[in-house]
Design a binder for this molecule. Structure first.
Ligand SMILES: N[C@@H](CCC(=O)N[C@@H](CS)C(=O)NCC(=O)O)C(=O)O
Length: 216
């Protein structure tokens, strides 16, 4: 039995997991699911009912995107994504997943019940983008001249923030963030892991991650 990744194409948490698995070249089966129609096998595997969820072939379940990234890269890290200081990267990712994500959701869904919504949420979220802009004005990536785990973990969320109102985002004074996001969006790795897959059905023949997301 191989490892199995449950994923949803547009979920930024699932994107970061796919990016790490792709970089680490971990052999696994990929199962694209629909969040509005979660398959039973997924619900049985995932304690939280969220994607991504990685079911390892020894029965272990990795239910957090960040755990999947670190697990994959600890097996194999050809791009040295784990090279920068671990706790410094974790700290920045924690801000992204915490305060920034909450503001991103408040900005994206102004009618939902978030502590801060709309343009106030956007203004708050800008603080994190400014932190990134400062870092990126010193180096091409967040932790130096080469891409790292932190870049892969954070970029899908900045892309999502940019896409709420692209005209506004691209009019802001953060040229380095814009260059960084644009580079990511057009990268071979991101293009590959954003390929569309049909939703998995229990009777389907397994699709390997490598064949699903082969680079063209
Ligand atoms: N902390 C989790 C969060 C994952 C998460 O919230 N994923 C969303 C999709 S982007 C989800 O599956 N939500 C469940 C649902 O919408 O039913 C992780 O990092 O993996």
């Amino acid at each position: 039995m191989s490892h199995t990744l449950y994923s949803f194409r547009r979920c930024p948490y699932a994107m970061r997991a796919r990016l790490a698995i792709k970089s680490a070249n971990i052999p696994c089966e990929i199962r694209e699911i629909l969040l509005r129609d979660k398959p039973l096998a997924f619900l049985e595997a995932s304690p939280s009912g969220t994607v991504p969820c990685m079911l390892l072939n020894d029965g272990t379940v990795l239910d957090e995107s960040f755990d999947i990234m670190r697990w994959a890269l600890k097996q194999n890290d050809p791009e040295a994504l784990l090279a920068p200081n671990e706790s410094e990267m974790d700290e920045l990712i924690k801000v992204c997943d915490g305060e920034f994500k909450l503001r991103l959701d408040g900005y994206k869904y102004p009618n939902k019940d978030f502590p801060v919504v709309g343009h106030t949420a956007r203004d708050d979220a800008m603080k994190f983008i400014s932190t990134l802009e400062t870092r990126l004005s010193n180096s091409a990536f967040l932790f130096g001249p080469k891409i790292s785990l932190a870049d892969l973990a954070i970029l899908p969320f900045i892309r999502q923030f940019a896409h709420v109102d692209m005209e506004w985002f691209y009019a802001q004074e953060w040229p380095n963030v814009i260059f960084w996001v644009d580079g990511f969006k057009s990268s071979d790795a991101f293009t590959a892991v954003m390929k569309k897959l049909p939703p998995w059905q229990p009777d389907d023949a397994p699709i390997t991650f490598a064949e699903a997301y082969a680079q063209v």
